[in-house]
Design a binder for this molecule. Structure first.
Ligand SMILES: [Zn+2]
Length: 322
């Protein structure tokens, strides 16, 4: 058995179907909207696979995993290794706290349509630095690793430029748009999984999506347990989630991704009660309240102490004792 987990037969099946549909569209089929939309869905699924593969490589053999990295890179639209410095080493350590390059509240505490549309661009911009630093570090310490990662950029460039030279219209339809949509979608997933959750909470740090899309996208919606046990395989997420569901704030468990999007970003624009409430801001308000209560308690104790000191310094003649 070459796979580390049997469940990754499904991962391989998705990749094979993605590749086959790409070849079919490029060679035999005329543009067919149904096939194309199916292919766009598969392109989004590829980004989830790239995420999972970077946490737990699919194969037991390193060489095969390196090949998968290249396979993923050309369909994902960005070098697959980039997940390591931005996601595995940064986002999973900080979990949307200050210093996380994918911070959801960098610009505003609001969770509205403009922000979700702008977030992918902003997040991609801030993720470039850790990628550069990671490559610099590899150059200094692991030259082979450096070239493996750098050739992912080369493979991607050859794939896109080669496609454009062969047939620029097909390249836009079957390479560039699906790649860009996938990259946009995966950053949107990151946004909705953390925005208005409480990054300091032991359990309420993530939003979960537990409906149909979650099933189709390798249990990627069980985000609380993914953060708590990032080393566990995606196929184990349902049972891990079931074990902690009762502890998670119910507002952080969404049945449907599309209903969440419709409710919060479209209906919420007109109906305030449809919008999410920030658990992070609620926690900050509680902390500020507790701090000011503590401060007023301390100043009350200090003035009590001062007045009793003043009392003690009075003599029965009414003059201060020396
Ligand atoms: Zn992850």
């Amino acid at each position: 058995m070459l796979l580390r987990h049997k469940a990754d037969r499904r991962t391989i099946a998705y990749m094979v179907v993605t590749t086959a549909v790409f070849i079919l569209q490029w060679t035999v089929l005329d543009w067919n909207p149904f096939v194309w939309f199916f292919y766009l869905f598969l392109s989004v699924a590829v980004t989830v696979i790239a995420h999972n593969h970077n946490h737990l490589p699919i194969f037991k053999k390193k060489g095969l995993n390196n090949i998968v990295d290249y396979w993923l890179t050309i369909f994902y639209g960005f070098p697959a290794f980039a997940w390591v410095p931005t996601h595995n080493m940064n986002h999973h350590n900080l979990n949307n706290k200050e210093g996380d390059y994918t911070l959801t509240y960098r610009l505003t505490e609001h969770n509205h349509l403009l922000m979700i549309l702008f977030y992918p661009t902003m997040s991609s911009y801030y993720q470039q630095k850790p990628i550069r630093d990671f490559l610099k570090n590899l150059w200094a310490k692991n030259r082979r690793g450096f070239w493996l990662c750098t050739f992912q950029y080369v493979a991607l460039a050859v794939w896109i430029v080669g496609g454009l030279i062969l047939d620029w219209q097909k390249a836009i339809l079957y390479i560039i748009i699906p790649q860009q949509l996938g990259l946009f979608a995966v950053l949107v997933f990151n946004y909705v999984q953390h925005v208005h959750a409480d990054e300091e909470s032991a359990i309420d740090h993530s939003r979960n999506f537990v409906g149909f899309l979650n099933v189709m996208l390798f249990n990627n919606g069980y985000h609380t347990v993914h953060h708590d046990k990032a080393g566990s395989h995606w196929s184990k997420a349902p049972e891990l989630h079931a074990a902690v569901t009762h502890k998670i704030n119910p507002v952080l468990i969404e049945r449907s991704f599309w209903w969440y999007i419709t409710r919060n970003y479209f209906l919420g624009a007109f109906i305030p009660k449809m919008r999410t409430k920030s658990l992070r801001l609620a926690r900050i308000a509680r902390e500020q309240q507790a701090a000011s209560a503590l401060k007023s308690q301390a100043s009350a104790m200090q003035s009590d102490a001062e007045s009793s000191q003043a009392d003690a310094s009075q003599t029965h003649y009414g003059a201060p004792a020396v």
